[in-house]
Design a binder for this molecule. Structure first.
Ligand code: GLA
Length: 405
């Protein structure tokens, strides 16, 4: 009899599995996060007035109503820890304190994000969260933080999965739902494990404000839009509602010509990457605002199915990408990487578009779809006849295909 109960206990323990750790907050990123982050434009030059004015501009420009939610301060908001180890904002730059700033952002109908680092110091040399994870998570929760970007500088001796798990658990136990965005640059393949820990993970090193270049900084490199896009190869199956490949913050509005901005934004939409604007929202030109608020393209990014697109073909610098959308629709992006115009010729009925990730087949030979150009908003025929169009250099043609019923 005693043996029997021992067996029951052993089976029970085996079923319970290893010590269970708290799971991340669910439901915070069913579609890719949208918002703004200070880094690409302002780097360490952040202060509370900038953040307030950016929140104002997010509303006044209509971007909030187009779906952008988060106002995120990146590196360099931190001052020193107090005598008991609690993190303080830089007193010169944030004299009113973080709680007041979070309140201001919330009063605008927006959400508030901060940045920290798994190591001793942030990349900008401010205090990191290593050894203070639970204390920092409590502090963020008390301030009313909604989003944490968590970087990977000064992490000697740490393993990424464990370090990010620690902060994930700290956030969970602090009790306030905070979207957790991992910034580990893809080194330890976070797509393989980060879906359990957080809501998005950077897949590459930093973006650089150019369309097609690599910036070599000696011991690290930064990458243009096309280079970042190419590095997403093979990652699409890991993303989905609640867990996203993050291709880094947008450079739209930081000086690229509008054709490149359009292509950059379309690519991020096809990849289902977070859409985190990185420009000065207080002074945007009309073109930039039009790109950032293009609702038809945002709708592709925010599609409920949550399956990123893939490169179906590439000939002579002209690529054709497909992305399955909820309800049987498809997004198609023809991207011209070259600087010269290219002629796009698509004989729809002959294309085999079959997606192992979503299990969807576009069945273009038998189904007929209506086409809509997502940048002009115009209806542009149907898949019953071949498409022929010129795509200007470093630009896109982006279409939505809707099956005829
Ligand atoms: C790293 C990150 C960037 C930015 C800076 C801040 O480089 O990848 O996105 O947060 O740190 O110092």
């Amino acid at each position: 009899m005693k043996r029997f109960w021992m067996m029951v206990l052993a089976v029970g323990l085996a079923l319970a599995g290893p010590a269970v750790w708290a799971q991340k907050f669910e439901g915070l990123a069913e579609t890719p996060p949208m918002g703004w982050n200070s880094w690409n434009k302002f780097a360490c030059d952040v202060n509370e007035q900038l953040i307030r004015e950016t929140a104002d501009a997010m509303v006044a420009s209509g971007l909030r109503d187009a779906g952008y939610q988060y106002i995120n301060i990146d590196d360099c908001w931190q001052g020193e820890r107090d005598a008991r180890g609690f993190m303080q904002a830089d007193k010169q730059r944030f004299p009113s304190g973080m709680k007041a700033l979070a309140d201001y952002v919330h009063a605008k109908g927006l959400k508030f994000g901060v940045y920290s680092d798994a190591g001793w110091k942030t990349c900008g040399g401010r205090p990191g969260s290593r050894g203070y994870e639970f204390q920092d998570a409590l502090t963020y929760a008390e301030w009313g933080v909604d989003y944490l970007k968590y970087d990977w500088c000064f992490t000697e001796g740490l393993k990424a999965e464990g370090a990010y798990q620690t902060m994930s658990q700290a956030l969970r136990q602090a009790g306030r739902p905070i979207l957790f965005s991992l910034c580990e640059w893809g080194t330890s393949k976070p797509w393989e494990w980060a879906g359990k820990v957080g809501h998005a993970w950077r897949t590459t090193g930093d973006i650089y404000n150019c369309f097609d270049c690599v910036k070599d900084n000696g011991d690290w490199k930064a990458f243009g839009v096309l280079q970042i896009m190419d590095m997403q190869e093979g990652l699409r199956a890991h993303a989905g509602p609640g867990r996203w490949n993050d291709a880094d913050m947008l450079e739209v509005g930081n000086g690229m010509p509008v054709n490149q901005e359009r292509a950059h934004f379309s690519i991020w939409a096809m990849l289902a990457s977070p859409l985190i604007a990185g420009n000065d929202l207080r002074q945007m030109n009309k073109e930039t605002l039009a790109v950032l608020s293009r609702r038809d393209v945002i709708a592709v990014n925010q599609d409920a199915l949550g399956v990123p697109g893939w490169r179906q073909s590439a000939v002579d610098g002209l690529e054709v990408w497909f992305r399955p959308l909820a309800g049987g629709d498809w997004a198609v992006m023809a991207l011209n990487r070259s600087t010269q115009p290219r002629r796009l010729a698509l004989d729809w009925a002959k294309l085999k578009v079959n997606d192992p990730v979503s299990g969807r087949d576009a069945a273009l030979a038998s189904l007929r779809y209506d086409l809509r150009d997502l940048w002009t908003g115009r209806a542009s025929g149907h898949t019953g006849s071949p498409l022929s169009a010129e795509v200007p250099g470093q630009d896109v043609l982006m279409l939505r295909l809707t099956p005829r019923r």
